[in-house]
Design a protein around this ligand. Structure first.
Ligand code: FE2
Ligand code: FE2
Length: 580
């Protein structure tokens, strides 16, 4: 009996010891208790194809223990992912995510959100046929989750006919999901996506990329997993976006919405977004240390994507060959500020009255983020690129950036030039007013960049920013396409409604038309009628969404429109032009 009790006591002691060790191990190993099955935060998507490889990327909300891509016949080959954590993604009082349906319900200020990014390079590809792939993430508790199976390919060889989607300015706008759904229904599988900037509204707000409650976040729309409802005459229609970037690599340029301002200084992420501060002023006020945090950054954008790089500009400007195309991507975007001239406006043309004595609070007008004027690092790089054999020998030469060089839209005014600051002081040297001017003759795109592109025989310049569809043709035959009436519009100013511009200096601030002197081209197939019934050369609509497809086999760029207020209506091809 005694021996029996002793044995029971020993067993009990051992049991308690095992429990204690488990608890201690659990605490020190950082293992969390997970209440639900693991999920991927996005489907996988493709980036940076080369002649024999492509990158597969995806995101989770757990660090996990193993992440890999299974690919090839019967998915028997494996590529192991490299995992990193996004450093600046946060949610705040204006996020619409999880239980926060209204401002401030959950978050009272910006709060870090833990998101891990997984990237694997799939190698040994020949390009003869597309290869199946699937990603799997294993959580710390050993439970795993796999994506559906998609297909990947290396970069296409010259001569391969390609369909390339031209898009921009998604920003969770109301028509995005419908637009991308119609792309897939109309064009089918595209071979690449070119996005001319403005992916989301506020780059550091995680939910805008992944899971905004409105159902129109960036990745869900481009992956066919959106759920954006439109209420038309009391009838609800759901648009899902398109399953696009799981199969097609995406190349992007930086728009103003990829740039975040001074870090941690505002009360909300919106305040931070609006608080881009010129680097030379930041140097003076704060010194070189933490210059990025005291000015502006594109960290989240650069952490999310893996793009081609240039030695001079990294991912911010680059060139890439893709099939028959040489695509040159520039960093041409500036801080957007209000045209409002009120005392309260920290705007394009003035500082607000209450800030006048405090330059730390000034907005400094429409700050250009990366120099592009003649002689700048970016300009010199562009000049070199346009003289490279890769560029010269390409059948198609296309340049993509965010800011419009020709447009009927709002954002083309004022000129793309550094704001000229004019400070007026009273007798006591106190600041009375701070104003900004933008001389049109100093527009860096028109004065410096476009002549370079014309001389290099670029066939098409593709851009966004004004949320409008319109196109132009220069005398030398270079095409200009702005296909950014994707999710909504900011209006067209050809006749009637005028841009909000300063009353003087008419020569610098055009209220109507293309300030840079080209006539818009009337769509060749089915232009929309204006109020007077006559055809108009643009689409600026919150019902009508537009997209364009560059078909390299046919040498055409075709544009399509879809009326989201008539969910059962057909997509209409309304314009097509040929690249010489
Ligand atoms: Fe935009
Ligand atoms: Fe923009």
């Amino acid at each position: 009996m005694l021996r029996y009790l002793t044995k029971r006591k020993i067993l009990a002691a051992l049991f308690i010891l095992v429990i204690c060790l488990s608890v201690v191990y659990g605490c020190f190993s950082g293992q969390k208790a997970f209440s639900s099955a693991p999920q991927l935060l996005t489907d996988p998507f493709l980036q940076l194809p080369t002649q024999s490889s492509v990158r597969v990327l995806w995101f989770t909300e757990f660090a996990g223990s193993k992440h890999n891509v299974a690919y090839g016949d019967n998915l028997q080959q494996t590529a192991v992912a490299n995992t990193t954590k996004l450093s600046r993604t946060r949610e705040d009082q204006e996020s619409k995510v999880g239980n926060q349906k209204e401002n401030g319900q959950v978050y009272k200020q910006p709060v870090s959100r833990d998101i891990w990014r997984h990237e694997a390079q799939v190698v040994g590809l020949t390009g003869l046929k597309r290869v199946s792939y699937r990603v799997t993430s294993v959580r710390e508790d050993g439970k795993s989750i796999s994506s559906n199976t998609f297909t990947l390919a290396p970069t296409p060889t010259p001569g391969t006919p390609l369909k390339i989607l031209l898009t921009s300015d998604h920003q969770l706008k109301p028509m995005i999901a419908a637009n991308l759904q119609k792309v897939v229904e109309t064009v089918g599988k595209v071979d690449a996506v070119w996005l001319a900037g403005d992916t989301v509204n506020i780059a550091d707000r995680a939910s805008e990329w992944f899971d905004d409650n409105g159902g129109g976040a960036f990745f869900p729309c481009l992956q066919g997993r959106a759920k954006f409802e439109r209420d038309v005459n009391g009838k609800k229609t759901s648009f899902l976006g398109g399953e696009i970037i799981q199969h097609a690599p995406m190349f992007t340029s930086i728009g103003n919405h990829e740039v975040m301002g001074r870090f941690g200084k505002g009360g909300s992420l919106g305040d931070e977004f609006n608080d881009a501060f010129p680097r030379p002023v930041a140097m003076k006020l704060y010194g070189e240390k933490s210059l990025k945090d005291n000015s502006y950054n594109t960290d989240t954008y650069e952490e999310i994507f893996t793009l081609p790089e240039s030695k001079e500009g990294g991912e911010s400007y680059y060139a890439v060959s893709f099939g028959d195309v040489r695509l040159v991507v520039l960093y041409a975007t500036n801080m957007w500020r209000t045209p409002n001239m009120d005392a309260e406006a920290r705007g394009k043309y003035r500082e607000r009255d209450k800030d006048l004595q405090n330059p730390e609070n000034w907005g400094y007008g429409q700050v250009i983020f990366e120099p592009i004027a003649k002689g700048s690092k970016q300009y010199n790089w562009l000049e070199k690129e346009l003289n490279s054999p890769e560029f010269k020998q390409a059948k198609y030469k296309v340049v993509m950036f965010h800011h419009p060089p020709h447009s009927l839209g709002d954002n083309i005014v004022p000129a793309y030039t550094n704001p000229v600051q004019i400070i007026e002081r009273d007798a006591n040297r106190n600041v009375k007013t701070v104003r900004y001017k933008y001389p049109k003759k100093s527009d860096y795109l028109i004065r410096d960049v476009i002549p370079l592109l014309e001389a290099a025989k670029v066939q098409m310049v593709f851009y966004g920013h004004s949320h409008i569809w319109n196109r132009f043709l220069s005398q030398s035959g270079m095409h200009f396409l702005e296909t950014s009436n994707v999710g909504n519009t900011y209006g067209a100013f050809l006749s009637g409604d005028k841009r909000s511009v300063p009353s003087g200096d008419k020569k610098d601030y055009a209220a109507l038309g293309d300030p840079n002197g080209l006539e818009p081209v009337l769509p060749t197939i089915a232009p929309l009628p204006g109020k007077d019934g006559k055809p108009i050369p643009y689409i600026a609509s919150n019902d009508m969404t537009a997209f364009s497809n560059f078909d390299t086999g046919m040498a055409t760029v075709s544009s399509y429109r879809f009326d989201t207020s008539q969910p059962d209506s057909k997509v209409v091809k309304f314009d097509e032009f040929q690249l010489r």
